[in-house]
Design a protein around this ligand. Sequence first.
Ligand code: MG
Length: 439
Amino acid sequence: MRRRDLYQSLLAAPAMSALSGQVYAQRTTALPPLKITGFKVIATSGGRNYRWIFLKLLTSEPGLYGIGTAGNHFQTHAVITALEKHLGPWLIGKEADRIEDLWQSAHYRTYWRNGPVNNNALAAMDVALWDIKGKRAGMPVYDLLGGKARDAVPCYDHAAGRDMESAVESVRKSIENGFRHIRVQYGEGGYGGGGFIPAGQGNRPEGGYQGLAFDEEMYVDTIPKVFDYVRSKVGFGPKLLHDVHSHLSGINAVELSRRLQPYQLFFLEDVLAPELIQWYRQIRQAATTPQAVGEVFSHPYEYLPLITERLIDYVRCRVSAIGGITQARKVATLCELFGVKTAFQEGGENDPVNQLAAYHVDISSTAFGIQEENGFPPLVHEMLPGTAQIRKGYLYGSGKPGLGVDLNEQVAAKYPLGEIKDGGAYRTDRTLEGAVVRP
Ligand code: MG
């Protein structure tokens, strides 16, 4: 700085100091009470076949509102009704600043609590309240949670192949796109692929089920061979993951974990369904393959023993399925104390608001492990300006106050929910003899 500029800046200093004092005085004066004055439930297809549900909470401060997420792909209208007829009317007149009190009272308001529908409604309220509080404070939500504990949020990518070569090709593509963590799925039929007998083939009961048939032993035999091949081609640099999607029963889950051990997975996901979590004790004794579990959990009793007994390595609850940011950060704190990590489930049909709800907990938590990748087309960025972006394997929020995302209602209105066939049910896999396989 030249001497003359320095002199002028010193002359200007008292005025700046007076202004800073004024700003400080404003910031150290308690804010006036803030009431919830209204709500809107906004459902949209997102321009694809999404079934996204957003809750917009309006407040007594003109122009100040929050956006929450209640997406539930399989019970969409149950959640919309829960918001429109039950939670929404109850919220009118409540104090928007009392997030913890509202979470507790909203949780017990239904008397029968937990479960995905109740938790989705609760999460919509909770995430919107954190958005409001952040906007009011002029801070991103992560700053309210203690500030950044890392510079950005690493994500794992999704690779898949119908055969060994295409699996390797898909992994290489993820590496080229900058991902260090890559989930590898295999074969035909989606989750459970590698264990499906093609439609109409195999020895089937007369007049029975003819679709793709899942075979546990075939799956346990196939998947380690896939990882053996992929490792032989890409080496041990990339961190590889695999999602069983709860398709196995107890001892086969133990056996798959044992057989995958030589391939050093970053984690093996949902090797068992929530109904079978007691088997994680046996898995722990048999193998060091890291375990991630929990995307269908909606009750604390499901994840509490797994965390406190250190039976898993990553908890994979979906933020909107366990009640929002308030509950997710408690889970993260619990994980931190027990040396377990978080890997909130954010892929598939998840929306950008839920992705950001997870992002704010992720980036401010010492217990963070990894986040699931989810990229959105330009239309979604137009509908939800401030949607997080993934660049070279890292997720970046907008850095704006609150969640950092807005909802353009005019754009959303152009893409209403589509027709929901068969009630919107999740698909049912079956065995050769036609028995249901847990998803
Ligand atoms: Mg999964």
